[in-house]
Design a protein. Structure first.
Length: 335
């Protein structure tokens, strides 16, 4: 029996963090054994925040290099850049005509920008979830690994697919969100109740996977804790200590209970030192591979081209099916 299809994408709006590694890459390494995995650098999505062109390109290469450095095998997955497969944008336009204004207007990301009182909001931010739906539906995706904050976007993709299938005929597979059952969400070291950010370079609360051992150790030593002096997991009352325990458990591949037992007689200084050691033990070899890969753009371009060719072969077939069904005229030269 063929494997089910998994689709996931990451925006190159910053460098990869420890939170990305724990929350996404660690799971991806497992998922690639279970699913036919399609992994995309969503550079078109990144245009919504008007990144500096050089930064966008550098971040995109860095993500590819980190995925490979973390052990993802390009021969066993489809790894590519969104902008290299034009069918994403084309299907996004088609699906915008099967999306109701009200449901698009309810998307959390757009509502958050409006709520913040942003004066300049581009249409890309509004259309973002529709393009994301196109990303997913283009590949007959069965499952989409997401955090709780992105689950709403998968629900929109499902609604669009169901509406299209009802009006036009069975065309799209209805995707399911794949939410990490452990609920691992790594918080910032200085603000543990907020997700570790990959877009703020000066934020000492974020561990970037390219940080040196000394920088990692310094950041963890500055991590927020509390005045209680007891190492235990209680995210509501002890978010800083709990965040450190979560990081340690993930780095050591043990349970939170086992991490608590290990530190039951320890002080916060010992906790921070051992968390730092565990992070460095995992990250240092990844960083070394990353630096080697990032220095070889020709190799990365080769990986991207192979991935784009594989993705394009699937995407072209699906888009042609969509165009035929909605009545667009075929080009004779392509028949």
């Amino acid at each position: 029996m063929d494997k089910k299809i998994l689709y996931t994408a990451i925006k190159p709006t910053g460098r990869m963090t420890l939170g990305n590694y724990i929350g996404a890459v660690m799971n991806l390494k497992k998922y690639t054994q279970e699913y036919c995995s399609i992994i995309c650098v969503a550079d078109l999505h990144a245009l919504t925040i008007n990144l500096d062109p050089k930064e966008l390109k550098d971040n995109s290469y860095a993500i590819i290099a980190f995925y490979l450095a973390c052990g993802l095998d390009p021969d066993k997955i489809i790894l590519y850049a969104q902008s290299h497969v034009k069918e994403h944008a084309e299907l996004g336009w088609v699906l915008s005509n099967f999306t109701m204004f009200g449901e698009a207007n309810r998307m959390t990301q757009f509502k958050d920008y409006v709520a913040k009182g942003e004066k300049i909001i581009n249409c890309g931010l509004f259309n973002y979830p529709i393009l994301m739906a196109a990303d997913i539906l283009l590949y007959d995706t069965n499952v989409v690994p997401v955090g709780i904050d992105q689950k709403q976007h998968v629900e929109l993709a499902r609604n669009i697919a169901i509406r299209f299938n009802h009006k036009i005929g069975d065309t799209f597979v209805i995707p399911e969100p794949l939410v990490d059952k452990t609920g691992a969400k790594i918080g910032g070291l200085n603000e543990p109740t907020k997700k570790m950010s990959k877009s703020t370079r000066g934020d000492t609360g974020t561990i970037f996977l390219e940080d040196s051992d000394d920088v990692i150790r310094k950041k963890i030593r500055k991590a927020v804790t509390d005045s209680e002096g007891v190492v235990k997991y209680d995210m509501e009352h002890k978010p800083g200590v709990s965040n450190l325990l979560l990081i340690y458990s993930k780095m050591k591949n043990i349970t939170i209970a086992e991490a608590e037992e290990h530190f039951k007689d320890a002080n916060y200084g010992t906790l921070k030192n051992e968390v730092a050691d565990s992070v460095i033990e995992v990250i240092a070899p990844i960083r070394e591979k990353f630096n080697t890969l990032l220095a070889d753009k020709d190799y990365l371009d080769t990986i991207l081209e192979k991935g784009a060719q594989k993705a394009e072969a699937i995407a072209k077939k699906k888009l042609k099916e969509v165009y035929d069904k909605i009545g667009l005229m075929p080009r004779k030269s392509l028949q």
